[in-house]
Design a protein around this ligand. Structure first.
Ligand code: SER
Length: 324
């Protein structure tokens, strides 16, 4: 039987690097990674391809060389960057995703089975209109009318992936599409770039480096977050779940929803001299105001047993600041 591989696009992004670390800790050696930048942990993978997901020749070469069991399509432009570069965002986030879906369809056809593909979506698919909605736990089918380029890109790809799973393509070939709508993710060992939820990880990193931080959104701002180990755990659990248990393709997951002030108060328990100032960026503020304050992740909990292991306090004591 042919050797089976795992394809990871966006391998040098935050989730990519942490997912590779996870696989390598489990002894998984057959990872093919694609990114425009080399991942730091590239010695843990079988082969790294430096290039763009928009490069048809490269994708066709990768498709012809390997038999893939699973695909993790993580390459994307995050929300703040997407607003500033809508054309590039459309190319990478939408056209790039369609190319990877096509690669998955080729693999499904060759192997005569639905290839599993993981797609990270985001709370950016939601669009809240007022502050009262910030207090409601938002479920998957509520308020999905994004006004940001990034949110629109993500929702569109969710819908294509779901349709390719359910209806298949014109030749009746299907993929096994599994998607998580992530809240902001906070990692202890990597830094995000171009996102709007970046204020939380940036604040934490500044505190660790004994620097002050100038926050671009107001102190009352509140969106949901999880820490990276829970994000990876969610991906692994969803991908491992028996398909018969998955009634949906797209799931919310979450853990805690602190305000910026609550983040600050927690950080100064560990770094009492940490100074937080504010320099509001109206565009980023507007985006954060339109994202949920609280997510409802009960469907993921019911169907595949999702539950965050790290709450707010534990995230700081056992993960983010655990080496203090
Ligand atoms: N965390 C991402 C961002 O801020 C959203 O998924 O862009």
């Amino acid at each position: 039987m042919a050797k089976k591989f795992i394809l990871i696009t966006g391998a040098s992004g935050e989730i990519g690097e942490n997912l590779i670390n996870y696989f390598s800790s489990k002894g998984e050696k057959n990872i093919i990674a694609l990114d425009i930048n080399k991942p730091k942990n590239s010695n843990s993978i079988y082969k790294f391809y430096k290039g763009s997901i928009l490069d048809d020749q490269l994708l066709s070469k990768i498709n012809s060389l390997y038999v893939f069991d699973e695909i993790y399509h993580l390459a994307a432009i995050l929300s703040t960057k997407a607003e500033l570069n809508p054309k590039i965002a459309q190319e990478v986030n939408v056209e790039g995703s369609i190319k990877i879906f096509n690669l998955a369809l080729c693999q499904s056809k060759q192997q005569n089975k639905k290839i599993k593909i993981f797609f990270p979506s985001s709370i950016a698919v939601y669009n809240l209109k007022n502050n009262d909605e910030k207090k409601i736990p938002i479920s998957e089918n509520m308020l999905c009318n994004p006004h940001t380029v990034y949110g629109q890109n993500k929702l569109y790809c969710e819908n294509i992936g779901t349709a390719l799973d359910y209806y298949g393509n014109e030749n009746n070939i299907h993929i096994d599409f599994r998607c998580i709508r992530f809240p902001g993710i906070i990692s202890a060992n990597t830094t995000p770039s171009g996102g709007t939820s970046d204020y939380a990880p940036e604040m934490i990193k500044s505190a660790k480096q004994l620097k002050s931080y100038s926050c671009y959104v107001s102190n009352y701002c509140k969106i949901p977050f999880i820490v990276m180990p829970d994000a990876i755990d969610g991906i692994i659990k969803l991908m491992a779940c028996n398909k018969s248990k998955l009634i949906n393709n797209v799931y919310n997951i979450t853990s805690f929803s602190p305000t910026v002030s609550e983040f600050h108060n927690e950080i100064i328990l560990y770094y009492k001299n940490f100074i937080l100032t504010y320099n509001i960026n109206n565009q980023r503020q507007k985006i954060i105001d339109s994202w949920p304050g609280i997510l409802n992740d009960s469907i993921a909990n019911k169907q595949w047993g999702w539950k965050a292991k790290y709450n707010f306090k534990k995230s700081f004591s056992d993960y983010l600041f655990s080496k203090l």
